[in-house]
Design a protein. Structure first.
Length: 72
C-alpha cells in the first residue's frame, strides 16, 4: 500500500511520486558520503513544512551504517 486508508498517492508516470523524485535527487547528491538512514532523514526533512504527507521511519533494524556509495 502506498498510502493510508482514505487518502490518495499521486504519481507522475514519467518521474514517479514526489517521494521517489526527492529520494533519487538525494541519493544522487549525497550517497557518496552519507549512509542510507541519513539519506532518508534528508528526504523526510524536505517534507517537514510541506502539505504533502510523508511516511514515517518508526522502525529501523539496521545496527550498522549502510552505504550505497554509487560514486560521484
Amino acid at each position: 500500500m502506498s498510502c493510508t486508508l482514505d487518502t490518495k498517492s499521486y504519481r507522475i508516470p514519467e518521474t514517479g511520486t514526489l517521494f521517489i523524485q526527492k529520494l533519487v535527487e538525494t541519493i544522487n547528491t549525497h550517497a557518496h558520503k552519507d549512509h542510507i538512514m541519513e539519506l532518508f532523514r534528508k528526504v523526510m526533512k524536505q517534507f517537514e513544512n510541506s502539505e504533502w504527507q510523508m511516511p514515517s521511519g518508526d522502525r529501523c533494524t539496521l545496527i550498522n551504517n549502510f552505504y550505497l556509495f554509487p560514486g560521484q
